[in-house]
Each structure stands twice: as structure tokens, then as C-alpha cells.
Write a protein that binds this ligand. Structure first.
Ligand code: PLP
Length: 415
């Protein structure tokens, strides 16, 4: 099952595509056949490696995926992703031409985008499939929901050019989507009005990111039916959840999401420190007893943020051990005294024999889990940011049961 590739650097992000496939199956099963399902593979598939992730999703039968940038879609097309690609970002005239050329599907938020597409799409027989985004309160992208009728009337006159395949909005507080008094309810109510206006065009409608979707599933499972104020077959655009994390902070009954990425490295050097000695820049940590520490070749330039200095744990020898001192650009230091002491050995032979693997987040080889969400809490950030922060110079190693000979490093794939 595991594959081996030689790297000069012992730090890598292990991307378990079986877990990805599992998460997708579990989510799709819960929402039911036929419901629009558009996993988000933008931002390098949340740091996991967009080409491998998208190819695996395609193999799992996913029919539509979401990218943020035209460039992201372009790479996927070049690497053999043939399914529908929704492009969520804003684009100019040049971008519009590329979208059309690459047969991607634009998500439109402005009148200008419509104008650009009209200028570049020339076809006697086909229409250009588009999705229209509405701003129902997030105030980021999308047409104001109050413009729905004006837009509908305009698009009625452009039927020879545009086919409105989808309409959508984005929840700004999807965590509260199960509560009738929540902010999502107001957005969903507004979107329902947009849906009514566009009903004659019979578009797919989609609103649910991971938090909305998991709330939706949990309401269904508890017999309530759906979310307050939402049409039943509401389409979905899960991101974080397909990578194994619930934004709700709690498990949803029957949905066992498995983290896909495990960030691992190996101790480069062990040292014995005597009581009172310190480590790293600024000597912010001091040994309160004789200690054994390990230097790990991963640092803030790899996405392990400096704010985690003296404020994180990692997995080592099946245990959680603390990160000590200031995190450097390429290195951090961990205190492995407890693991060493529990094994009751001589330092020299122990440091030579011990499996030096360190798991920064995700699963270690024994199956112990340190969730990226826990790292996120310590950085006062969010799981999305921890995953997408894993740097370019960290090779991605893909575990894929069904393609036994195809471990690839993201950079190699991109060549
Ligand atoms: C428009 C849109 N839909 C869906 C998502 C997926 O969100 P999540 O990762 O919370 O599931 C995003 C992510 O930012 C988004 O921008």
C-alpha cells in the first residue's frame, strides 16, 4: 500500500487519496443521488495537490469541480481533467476568452463578465453554459440578490448565447444553517426569491459549503428534513469536508471524515541538554531538567507558522511531544525527553535506533491522529489556512491504492 520515493529532504506531505475518496463517498451517500456535487479543488486542492486530487475525484465519478483561478483550471485541463470545471474567480476579457477556449464554466458575478463573454463567445449552434452567483449577504462576489429579476430579463434576451445552468450563493456563517434564527436563514430566504425568479430557466441551484452541507445532513438524519428555508435538492460545493475535516467542530452522526493530509518529517539531530540550557533564536525556552531534544527540518517557510513557537505538539514515538523554542525558517525543535525516558536506554544507542519520524499533523504511521484543526486552534487560525499553508517546497506523496505505481510529487506532475 505504501510507496517509496527518494527525496533529499525527509519532510513531506502524505496525501491519502483513499481517504479523499472515502470522504466523497460518505458525503454523496448522505446527500443522495442526483444532487449537484461540486467539490472545491481551488488553491492547489486546499494544499493537497490539485492535479492528483482532481484526477482521483474524476475517477470517483465526480462530474463537476470548482477552481478559483483560470490558471488552476488550465493546469487541470492540461493534466487530463475533462469534467466540468466551474471557475469562481473574477475575469477580464482575456480570461473570458481562455475560459471559452478551455471549455470551462464561468461563475458570473458582474455585468462586465457577461459582456466579456458575449464578446468572445462566437457560435452559431451552441450556447455557453454559465452559473450566476448572487450576493445574499456575504458582500464579496455576486450580483445583488435584488437584481435577480433584471438579470433574468436580460438573460431572456440572450438565450442564443447563454444557457443558465446554475444559480448560487455563498453562506457567510454556514455553521448556523440549522438554526431558524441564524444568519444563514436570512441568506437562504433571499436566495429562495432568486430561485423563484429563475425557475422558468430550470437551473441547478447550489449554496452549501461544508458547514451548510454537514448541517443539512445532520438535520436530515435527525428526521427534520432539511434546513430551514431551503429547497430540498439544494446543490453542494464542499471543500474542507472532502479533505477530512468538519467545520462544525463536532462529528455528524454517520459521517466519519478522514483527514487526507499528514505532514511528516524526521529528526535530523538529537541532543542532550543539561538543566538551564536553551534552544533556538532568542533562547525563548529553557530546560527545566536534563532533556533530550530533536531538531526537525521543517519551519515557517514550509507553513508551520512561527506563532506555534513554544505552543504546539507533534507526534513522536506514538506520543504527543512539545515544540520548544522559536520556530525557524527551516527547522523547529521538539522536546523528546519523555519518550526517551520511558524507553530507559542509553542516549547514544537510543538516538541511533529510534524511529525518528515526526508527524506535524495528520496520522502517524501507527494510526495516531493529530488533527490539523488542533494546530489551527493554536495558531488562532482555521483548518483551511493550516492546510493551504503547506509550502511549495514540501513534496506531496500520494497514496493511491488503485494506482500502485503512480506515486507522484506535485512538482514533477506540473512539469
Ligand atoms: C464559493 C465557494 N463555495 C464553496 C466553498 C467551500 O467551502 P468549504 O471549504 O467551507 O466547504 C468555498 C470556499 O471558500 C467557496 O469560496
Amino acid at each position: 500500500m505504501a510507496f517509496h520515493l527518494q527525496f533529499f529532504r525527509p519532510t513531506s506531505a502524505h496525501v491519502n487519496l483513499e481517504n479523499l475518496a472515502h470522504n466523497v463517498r460518505v458525503l454523496r451517500q448522505a446527500i443522495g443521488e442526483g444532487v449537484f456535487f461540486c467539490p472545491m479543488v481551488k488553491a492547489n486542492a486546499y494544499g493537497h495537490g490539485d492535479v492528483e486530487v482532481a484526477l482521483r475525484l474524476q475517477r470517483e465519478g465526480v462530474k463537476t469541480m470548482g477552481v478559483g483561478l483560470i490558471e488552476e483550471g488550465l493546469l487541470l485541463r492540461q493534466m487530463g481533467v475533462t469534467v466540468e470545471l466551474l471557475v469562481f474567480g473574477i475575469f477580464d476579457l482575456q480570461g473570458a476568452a481562455e475560459i471559452v477556449r478551455q471549455k470551462m464554466t464561468p461563475v458570473i458575478s458582474t455585468w462586465k463578465q457577461l459582456e466579456f463573454l458575449e464578446r468572445v463567445f462566437i457560435s452559431e449552434k451552441d450556447q455557453l453554459g454559465i452559473h450566476i452567483k448572487f450576493d445574499t449577504g456575504m458582500h464579496r462576489l455576486g450580483f445583488d440578490w435584488l437584481e435577480a429579476r433584471k438579470l433574468f430579463q436580460y438573460l431572456q434576451t440572450k438565450k442564443n448565447i447563454f444557457k443558465v445552468k446554475g444559480i448560487l450563493t455563498h453562506l457567510h456563517s454556514g455553521e448556523d444553517a440549522a438554526k431558524p434564527e441564524g444568519k444563514s436563514h436570512e441568506q437562504l430566504r433571499r436566495f429562495l426569491e432568486v430561485e423563484n425568479v429563475f425557475a422558468p430557466m430550470k437551473p441547478i441551484s447550489h449554496t452549501l459549503n461544508s458547514s451548510g452541507l454537514l448541517n443539512f445532513i445532520s438535520m436530515r438524519k435527525s428526521g427534520v428534513g432539511g434546513l430551514p428555508g431551503i429547497s430540498l435538492n439544494q446543490g453542494t460545493r464542499p471543500g474542507l469536508s472532502i479533505y477530512g475535516y468538519s467545520p462544525l467542530g463536532q462529528a455528524v452522526n454517520g459521517i466519519d471524515l478522514k483527514p487526507v493530509m499528514s505532514l511528516r518529517s524526521r529528526i535530523a539531530r538529537y541532543q542532550e541538554l543539561t538543566i538551564g540550557e536553551s534552544v533556538s533564536y532568542g533562547h525563548t525556552w529553557k530546560a527545566l531538567k536534563n532533556s533530550v531534544v530533536g531538531v526537525v527540518p521543517i519551519g515557517y517557510a514550509d507553513g508551520f507558522h512561527r506563532i506555534l513557537s513554544n505552543n504546539a505538539v507533534v507526534l513522536f514515538g506514538g506520543q504527543r511531544v512539545p515544540v520548544i523554542g522559536t520556530i525557524c525558517m527551516d527547522y523547529l525543535i521538539i522536546d523528546v525527553t519523555d519518550v526517551f525516558s520511558s524507553q530507559n536506554q542509553n542516549f547514544q544507542s537510543w538516538s541511533e535506533k529510534t524511529d525518528a519520524e515526526v508527524t506535524l499533523f495528520g496520522y502517524d504511521r501507527l494510526g495516531n491522529l493529530l488533527p490539523a484543526s488542533e494546530v489551527a486552534q493554536k495558531t488562532q487560525s482555521i483548518t483551511w489556512e493550516i492546510l493551504t499553508s503547506v509550502g511549495e517546497r514540501v513534496p506531496r506523496v500520494f497514496l493511491d491504492d488503485r494506482a500502485r505505481d503512480t506515486v507522484k510529487v506535485q512538482k514533477e506532475v506540473r512539469k
